[in-house]
Design a protein around this ligand. Sequence first.
Ligand code: FAD
Length: 274
Amino acid sequence: MGEKSAERADAAGERAAPVEGPRPLEKVKYPMRYRVLRAVRVEDASPSVRRVVCAEQGERIDSRGLVGEYVRVVIPPEGSRVLPEPELKGEKPVWPKPSPPTRKYTVRRYDPESGELEINVVLHEQGRGAAWARALEPGDPVHVLGPKAGYRIDDGYDFYLLAGDETGLPGMARWLESMPRGARGRAVLEVPSLRSRQPIDAPEGVSVEWVVREGAASPLAEAVVAGGVPEGEVFMWLAGESGAIRPLRAWMRQELGLAKGHGYSSGYWKLKEK
Ligand SMILES: Cc1cc2nc3c(=O)[nH]c(=O)nc-3n(C[C@H](O)[C@H](O)[C@H](O)COP(=O)(O)OP(=O)(O)OC[C@H]3O[C@@H](n4cnc5c(N)ncnc54)[C@H](O)[C@@H]3O)c2cc1C
């Protein structure tokens, strides 16, 4: 237990009350939004990731800068970059059947002044989302649902431990860039090659470590565990391939002993057996 969990006198000074540690993470829900944005820049963030910057004229999307905000991009039919107009039922768009697929992408950056929204799409071998990002050109419409929620994470942890792959990177990078500059921690990021590293403006006390995936086995869990158990009140954030996250989720509970609400873990995609 850190200092914050020590006892202190209450406001009246008459009896000791337990000092609360960091508050557990809080999920903040936003109203459902559907917007048609326009791609303004489509470029390589790294050899394996496409940066898509889109913007909206007029009304803004509802991004509040909380951790883990993501949008659902509605993907146009194969071979086309344009989606038919949906029927709107309130804020909910409904397309003729078969409904177009959607894919989740994290808000990497949002500028409320210009209305620019950036997502980073991993260009893996197959998949409608990856193909959409490959084919997208500036000027194309980008149909976006959400974001529908974000997480508020207390600034009072002694140590922030973040781990994930390139799908988790946009969320982690956005969070690291907005963290109080005095924060301490470690971010371990898995990339397919060192050329896929991206600049991240993390607080000085948070190390950013890159690990390269070679072959089928993910090096993520081994790299994180090798760093040992940090001291003090820890928050852990895990986002990446389900199988790579699984052992770390167990480690988070068993070795770090984190209580519910003091860690987050999500399998962002699943490696299919070939
Ligand atoms: C909350 C949340 C936030 C996310 N944020 C992002 C983000 O910011 N950027 C991002 O790129 N992804 C992000 N993802 C993951 C993304 O939604 C999935 O990777 C999605 O499956 C990609 O769709 P697809 O059409 O390209 O591939 P799919 O049609 O879903 O899959 C086709 C095949 O590709 C494989 N595959 C899927 N994703 C990957 C991958 N990343 N690498 C290698 N193989 C893959 C699958 O195993 C499958 O065999 C997020 C997921 C969640 C849940």
